[in-house]
Ligand binder design. Structure first.
Ligand SMILES: Cc1cc2nc3c(=O)[nH]c(=O)nc-3n(C[C@H](O)[C@H](O)[C@H](O)COP(=O)(O)O)c2cc1C
Ligand code: SF4
Ligand code: SF4
Length: 262
């Protein structure tokens, strides 16, 4: 069966999972959700569509929500999702399932895995040995998911943490998202422009060789995490904190994804 995986990934965790599942499935396209759907019908009977992405504020990243809402899924498509999170995913898979159900589709297989946390606003990157262990375990789980998907197995969403998710989502998920990037500050910048290139939504403009945030941020933190000079800070909170990106992914991989298909 032909497959397509749509992924969203700021620091590479979800991209490594998407690639791993695609490798096991064979005949599988891997497409970044940074490329918004064209409206053309996708999938079909005997085909599978996957969604691989991180949890944000114990919920569905806004970019993923918009993507799923716009995707034109053909009836009879086998849909699956696999999320990555630093600690707790709550009802994120359920939120996606609800969107798909409104379109007459649903998740036949849903799972997720703990990966190194990248929310530098609250904590620094985990130590390298912890990162390696988490990634190894996650790749094993991604292999199991790929096996299940290729056999058309059913594993519907288990609705965990729905109430907690709803309360937290109301307070944090998309609240204040427009002004959120006002706290980014730039220090010793070389003007390389990488921060602008890794941004999935073109929210950074280079002006006089310095980044300028345009206030339609998705809060993915790619810009701060990938800056080769660690020149970007989020207010005072991130000063001195170790940066994170998945060791098996390069900035070039993220940039290629932003430029549509990899
Ligand atoms: C804005 C933001 C919010 C996050 N919120 C959560 C969360 O609520 N729960 C959680 O377990 N991890 C959370 N994380 C951590 C990511 O889900 C996790 O590190 C993920 O693997 C990153 O995937 P990526 O490398 O593909 O971007 C958050 C990360 C970001 C950037
Ligand atoms: S990635 Fe860092 S060094 Fe390069 S332009 Fe952006 S802030 Fe400056
Ligand atoms: S500006 Fe930075 S945090 Fe916001 S969407 Fe772009 S890369 Fe992500």
């Amino acid at each position: 069966m032909g497959s397509t995986i749509y992924y969203f990934s700021a620091t590479g965790n979800s991209l490594t999972i998407a690639r791993q599942i695609a490798k096991r499935l064979g005949d599988c396209k891997v497409i970044s959700m940074a490329s918004q759907p064209t409206g053309e019908p996708v999938g079909g009977p005997g085909e599978s569509i996957g969604f691989v992405f991180p949890v944000f504020y114990i919920g569905l990243p806004r970019l993923v929500r918009y993507f799923a809402q716009k995707l034109n899924i053909t009836e009879g498509t086998y849909c699956f999702a696999f999320i990555s999170f630093g600690g707790y995913g709550a009802d994120t898979l359920g939120m996606l399932d609800d969107i798909l159900k409104e379109k007459g589709a649903h998740l036949s297989f849903a799972d997720g895995v703990k990966m190194p946390g990248n929310y530098i606003v609250k904590y620094q990157a985990f130590a390298p040995d912890v990162v390696q262990k988490l990634i190894k375990a996650a790749m094993d789980k991604a292999d199991e998911a790929a096996e299940a998907v290729s056999n058309g197995k059913l594993r519907p969403v288990k609705r965990n943490g729905r109430l907690l998710g709803k309360i937290a989502n109301r307070r944090y998920l998309y609240k204040g998202i427009a002004e959120w990037d006002e706290k980014f500050k730039v220090g010793r910048c070389t003007g390389c422009g990488l921060c602008a290139k890794v941004c999935p939504v073109n929210n950074i403009k280079m002006e006089d060789r310095r980044p300028l945030w345009l206030h339609h941020c998705e809060r993915c933190l790619a810009c701060i995490q990938w800056c080769p000079c660690e020149a970007i800070e989020y207010g005072q909170k991130t000063i001195g904190r170790r940066r994170y990106h998945n060791p098996n992914v390069s900035a070039e991989d993220i940039i290629k994804g932003n430029a549509r298909v990899i």
